[in-house]
Design a protein around this ligand. Structure first.
Ligand SMILES: O=C(O)C1=C[C@@H](OP(=O)(O)O)[C@@H](O)[C@H](O)C1
Ligand SMILES: C=C(OP(=O)(O)O)C(=O)O
Length: 425
């Protein structure tokens, strides 16, 4: 993909596709609920398609027409043994959350992934699921594939302190709790997204998240529901940063999810000096959403520390791009989790932006970014990581001269329409 720099103003209204985290959960929870669920606004990207295919392979009837997805929930115990391994592709969310559901089934299953997912850490879910009496193993007990055997109705609740801020680990435990005797208590010291808690609650489950202390009872019955999925703030993030930095820009992004555990990008950019307004706030199926208006503004460097990292974890590559154009120094700390994503994002984003003239120091748990006057076009690589490809594309638009983004097709993982929306703007 060739991108010419020096982009002219962004003006207009856009929508971004449905939230990826909520899309995965709508299929998973809809499939194991009793009765029909209708889902509007789902993200049809490679990661979410992996989740849809996984549940289809376990006998769930999932149909799509132009606008909606119809899921015939089979109930907690209604899934069937898949005829082969379940391939989770590039999707950590698919593998980790699905493992939580599968430890509660009466059949054995194997979860595999692509080259990137096969290197991502799984001990973080294997450990708590084993403590719950789940019968789950990984390669060297740490990596995919995951092999799961029936636990013979021996699953029990757990009292667990999350060792890292991870919604995927928390969600695997909560989904397994649907199949246990007793109750589960999870303590999270740092915020992670709470879509699972919100959706389980919406489907009728007894669950509370009180400032990071989550309590869930067993013996829940889930009932199918209608779900509308708000736009993905992680996808909106690229346009929010672009409109902030491109002269005379003024855009509105309609219908974006504004869950407080996800709006770190907005809080941080505002603190850096961005002109961002939230309009028309509302709530749908327990999830807040609204419109975001962004006008061009000057940014200054700030400290982004570990307390907020969980609320903007997937946005750090694009925040790093914003920081390159801010006045002064931006320090990102407590972001070690970025090393365990589709690529080591601390390393990949800093390495590629440096090719454009960025001033970035790599720390063991973050980055120090000194603002520069300009970036220059370069030949860049995404490392097959969708968030890196999109962040670099915005950097390329803002740079002087032309850039080439190699391996840009990975945007299909979370945002197949990314380049269409970008070039229309
Ligand atoms: O639960 C989810 O939907 C996700 C949680 C986050 O991962 P971790 O739980 O590993 O932090 C995030 O990076 C990922 O894109 C989606
Ligand atoms: C890390 C991500 O997703 P996952 O963990 O589901 O692969 C992401 O979308 O940036």
């Amino acid at each position: 993909m060739i991108i010419k720099g020096n982009s002219k103003k962004f003006v207009g209204e856009i929508r971004v596709p449905g939230d990826k985290s909520i899309s995965h959960r709508s299929i998973m929870i809809g499939s194991i609920a009793n009765g029909h669920s209708t889902i509007e606004g789902i993200l049809m990207s490679e990661d979410v398609i992996r989740t849809i295919e996984a549940f289809k392979s376990m006998g769930v009837n999932i149909r799509k027409d132009d606008e909606k997805i119809y899921v015939e929930g089979v109930g907690l115990k209604g899934l069937k043994k898949p005829i082969s391994e379940i391939y989770c592709g590039n999707s950590g969310t698919t593998m980790r959350l699905l493992a939580g559901i599968l430890v509660g089934q009466d059949f054995s299953s194997t979860l595999t992934g692509d080259e990137s997912l096969s290197k991502r850490p799984m001990y973080r879910i294997i450990n708590p699921l084993k403590q719950m009496n789940g019968n789950i193993k990984g390669r060297k007990d740490k990596f995919p594939p995951l092999m799961i055997e029936p636990s013979m109705n021996r699953l029990k609740g757990i009292d667990y302190r999350l060792p890292m801020a991870s919604a995927q680990v928390k969600s695997a435990i909560l989904l397994a709790t649907l199949y246990v005797k007793g109750s589960t208590r999870i303590r999270e010291d740092k915020i992670s997204r709470d879509h699972t808690e919100r959706m389980l609650n919406y489907f009728g489950c007894k669950i509370v998240n009180n400032n990071g202390l989550i309590y869930m009872d067993s013996n829940n019955i889930l009932t199918g529901k209608d779900i509308t999925i708000p736009g993905d703030i992680s996808s909106a993030a690229y346009f929010i940063v672009a409109a902030t930095l491109i002269k005379n820009s003024n855009i509105i992004i309609r219908g974006v999810g504004l869950n407080p555990t996800r709006v770190g990008i907005i809080n941080v950019l505002k603190k850096m000096g961005a002109n961002i307004r939230i309009l028309n706030e509302d709530i749908v199926n327990n999830e807040p959403f609204g419109d975001i208006q962004i006008t061009e503004s000057k940014l200054r460097g700030i400290l982004i520390d570990e307390d907020v990292i969980g609320t903007l974890i997937d946005e750090i590559p694009i925040i790093t791009v914003a920081a390159c154009f801010a006045e002064g120094r931006t320090v990102i700390k407590g972001a070690e989790e970025l090393k365990y994503k589709e690529s080591n994002r601390l390393m990949t984003i800093s390495r590629e932006l440096k090719k454009m003239g960025a001033k970035i120091q790599l720390l063991s748990d973050g980055l120090i970014i000194d603002g520069v006057k300009e970036l220059k076009g370069a030949s860049l690589d995404s490392y097959n990581d969708h968030r890196i490809a999109m962040a670099l594309s915005i950097a390329a638009l803002l740079a002087q001269g032309e850039s080439k983004i190699n391996n840009y097709e990975c945007v299909n993982i979370s945002y197949p329409d990314f380049y269409n929306t970008l070039f229309n703007l």
